[in-house]
Write a protein that binds this ligand. Structure first.
Ligand code: PFF
Length: 447
């Protein structure tokens, strides 16, 4: 074992990986994607993607990371020198920087809402006023860019402190609290006048709505939410100890992540119908609904402050993990110092993050393939790059890595017996690469 940093405790492994997975993807992106793609129909495909494709790809990333304890590029080259599949690490680096850029814009919105919550700006408004609050803020070039940059600066500072200190401490404390808060909000939503309509929308699938576009949306969302396909979890697994139970960790992370997304849906959709809003409102959905929910809760002020604060931490544990991909690469492949590498990662994200933030205002007419820069970064990274990365990683582990290495990793160096060894390998070899490719090609209209 090399002298690279390692996660100190078993809890730390799960907490940090869950910290990466659980973030704006669950609480902001899941409800808006589900809302745009028919609710229940989307949820069914989403669940299938998480369990049949997501978990196997996650295990594949874990296998590569833990067996080599290296950054993605070095890891793939160590396992199979000269393999062209090692190019997946470049996809990961580019995708992670793209995601970091637009994600920081939304995390900046969270900071603005936290600021508004603290200063009392979120209470006592009508629905129209909440809608205006969001649109005037996002159109304002200074304010949203400022928050994007402040967020990236915060991300930079946490990263400078190094792996286990920064990441573990934050995620160990924040995640369980966030979870409990979500449960409270869920119960609250279940008592709303249109709760049944909201729950029907989310859980009662209309199968005729399952189109290739919905399937690709669900696949992209599953990969985005689980932080998959861009070697993020590969990089995290390179810090796992030999005793970390790989299969169990992947399952627990996927279950918790999915639970948080579903809880978020249970919070949002009853409110959407009770406040007479549009489920397909897009990225602004959650930002218009949440203040209304807090307004109705006794002690709404405290709830809103606490919630946006926790959401800020959930976002930063995710951005830390996606930043780690390029930083580890700059450090290990280009021999940069960690602080330089962190600085470079931050400067790139600040540049593109600024452009993404402006795409709601002054750059809103600048469109590529009919999408603003923000939408383009989101769509291309989640729906194109992550699925391609997922196929390459599962093919690599399923077909190229020595079977012995895979079995050694799945059994945690022989310490455990894995009863589902064959189905897991079957999913990594066949199900994941084939289904992801089919959904991808159908979704893009190629097939
Ligand atoms: N999974 C994170 C979320 O749901 O918010 C987003 C994310 C983190 C995507 C890390 C990709 C990544 F590498």
């Amino acid at each position: 074992m090399s002298n690279r940093a390692q996660f100190v405790t078993k809890m730390g492994v799960i907490a940090a990986t869950v910290g990466s997975a659980v973030g704006l993807g669950n609480i902001w992106r899941f409800p808006y994607e589900a809302g745009q793609h028919g609710g229940g129909a989307f949820l069914i495909v989403y669940l299938l993607c998480v369990f049949l494709l997501g978990i196997p790809v996650m295990i594949a990333e874990f296998v590569i990371g833990r067996s080599t304890h290296s950054n993605a590029l070095t890891a793939l080259q160590k396992l199979k020198p000269g393999s062209s599949l090692s190019k997946v690490s470049y996809i990961g680096i580019v995708a992670s920087l793209m995601i970091l850029s637009f994600y920081s814009v939304v995390a900046g919105w969270i900071m603005e809402y936290l600021f508004q919550a603290v200063t009392g700006g979120l209470s006592g408004h009508t629905s129209e006023e909440y809608a205006t609050l969001f649109s005037t803020f996002t159109v304002n070039p200074w304010r949203s860019v400022m928050w994007t940059l402040i967020f990236l600066l915060a991300n930079f500072m946490v990263l400078r402190r190094g792996i286990e200190k920064g990441i573990e401490r934050i995620s160990n404390i924040m995640m369980p609290v966030l979870f409990v808060m979500l449960l409270v909000f869920c119960v609250n939503s279940l008592f709303m006048p249109q709760a049944k309509k909201g729950l029907d929308f989310l859980f009662n699938p209309d199968f005729s709505q399952i189109t290739p576009k919905v399937m690709l949306g669900a696949l992209g969302q599953a990969f985005f939410s689980l932080s998959l396909g861009l070697t993020c979890l590969l990089t995290y697994a390179s810090y796992f100890s030999d005793k970390t139970p790989l299969v169990r960790s992947a399952t627990v992370v996927a279950l918790l992540d999915t639970l948080v997304a579903i809880l978020s849906g249970i919070i949002i959709f009853p409110a959407v119908f009770s406040f007479d809003m549009e489920p397909a409102a897009g990225p602004k959905l959650v930002f218009q609904i949440l203040p209304e929910i807090f307004q109705q809760l006794p002690g709404g002020y405290l709830w809103s402050v606490a919630f946006f604060l926790l959401l800020f931490f959930a976002s930063i544990t995710s951005t830390i993990s996606m930043s780690e991909i390029s930083i580890t690469y700059f450090v290990e492949a280009h021999k940069m110092s960690r602080s330089r590498a962190t600085g470079l990662n931050t400067v790139i994200a600040m540049t593109f993050g600024t452009l993404c933030a402006l795409s709601f205002g002054v750059l809103s007419d600048f469109k590529v393939f009919g999408m603003t820069l923000f939408e383009l970064f989101d769509y291309v990274s989640s729906n194109i790059m992550l699925p391609i990365g997922g196929v390459m990683l599962s093919v690599f582990v399923g077909w190229i890595v020595d079977k012995k290495v895979v079995e050694e990793q799945l059994t945690d160096y022989g310490a455990r017996k894995i009863t589902l060894m064959r189905p897991i390998r079957f999913c990594i070899r066949y199900v994941a690469p084939l289904c992801i490719s089919l959904i991808f090609l159908y979704g893009l209209g190629v097939l």
